[in-house]
Design a binder for this molecule. Structure first.
Ligand code: PRT
Ligand code: ZN
Length: 287
């Protein structure tokens, strides 16, 4: 019987490409990525990778040309295709916002009543205006939305923002954040059981990479009389590991700590007497 293989569509070149490839590599999936190729096959995982424009990914996944895709939530929600959102991936974060020229007298969303708004995201914008009972004219344009007010095409824009630099350069100010986006993994809604099983195998790795990225392995030297106190400060996967040092009266304490609590814990263990603290990245974390 032929071995099942899953087809994953990722962006060929753009803001999502590098991180999508990095995610696969961190999952231990090896392949040659060459910018001129449209598809490639992984050497050590039953996966074919298709390199596409991000706009085409939801349609291909819905039709089953690809089984999975990685792209921005903004595009997934905007396209309203029949796909399943499997997991948000935490990269390429941005927001979809309404912005107006600096001299626009904006007091509330009602200030947009009867105005023309240029956007590449008509569905998301329409929903937001509807929720707020505002009637505005939506002008769908595919690129360079930020110049629409300057050339007289619109009174306001609705576009993706990350640093805010583009708005600033174009004399625009953000007034409403309408959607928070990040990259996500989507899948076809009718996967075969074989493909579902491969997804589970792959997802275990994605989860392990994610957990590892949020955690650090720390090692420190602690005087024996302070070990108990230091251990109460360290969470660890089960409990901290304690190894006696050759120097009498000292131990080496090892643990895994979450990034969120990182600096607090470091300060506390230092105050409790820990010295020579080493912090190491973790590649995979399988619980
Ligand atoms: O060619 P292809 O169709 O594949 O790519 P694309 O040009 O349509 O997409 P691309 O690569 O620009 O963006 C892909 C995805 O990255 C988007 O769908 C978002 O999910 C995500 N993303 C994250 C962004 C941004 N940040 C972003 N800043 N997409 C676009 N921008 C643009 C924005 O449109 C504006 O022009 O960057 C400008 C604003 O950036 P700041 O930093 O100046 O605020
Ligand atoms: Zn695109």
């Amino acid at each position: 019987m032929e071995q099942p293989i899953i087809k994953l569509a990722i962006q060929k070149s753009g803001r999502l490409s590098e991180k999508s490839i990095e995610l696969l590599k961190n999952c231990g999936i090896k392949f040659v990525s060459n910018s001129s190729r449209l598809k490639t096959q992984a050497f050590n995982f039953p996966m074919e990778i298709l390199f596409l424009r991000d706009d085409d990914i939801p349609g291909y996944v819905a039709d089953g040309v690809a089984d999975f895709g990685i792209l921005g939530m903004n595009e997934i929600v905007e396209q309203e295709q029949n796909v399943t959102i499997i997991k948000k991936l935490g990269f390429s974060k941005c927001r979809l916002s309404i912005a107006v020229p600096n001299d626009f007298e904006y007091t509330s969303i009602k200030s947009l009543e009867g105005k023309r708004i240029a956007t590449s995201y008509p569905v998301l914008l329409r929903n937001y205006l509807k929720q707020n009972n505002v009637n505005a004219e939506i002008h769908e344009i595919s690129g360079s939305v930020e110049i629409a007010p300057t050339i007289g095409l619109a009174d306001a824009i609705c576009d993706l923002v990350s640093t805010g630099g583009t708005l600033l350069i174009n004399g625009l100010r953000e007034v409403e954040e309408i959607y928070k986006s990040e990259a996500a993994l989507i899948g076809n809604s009718n996967l075969s059981p074989e493909k579902q099983a491969l997804l589970e195998k792959w997802q275990l790795r994605i989860d392990a990479v994610e957990k590892a990225q949020n955690n650090k392995y720390i090692l420190m030297n602690v005087p024996n009389e302070a070990v108990e106190k230091v251990c109460t400060l360290l969470p660890g996967m089960k409990s901290p590991t304690i190894i006696p040092l050759q120097e009498k009266g000292w131990s080496s304490v090892h643990s895994v700590i979450n990034e969120d609590k990182f600096w607090d814990i470091i300060e506390q263990v230092k105050a409790a007497g820990a010295e020579g603290i080493l912090v190491c990245p973790i590649e995979q974390m399988i619980l």
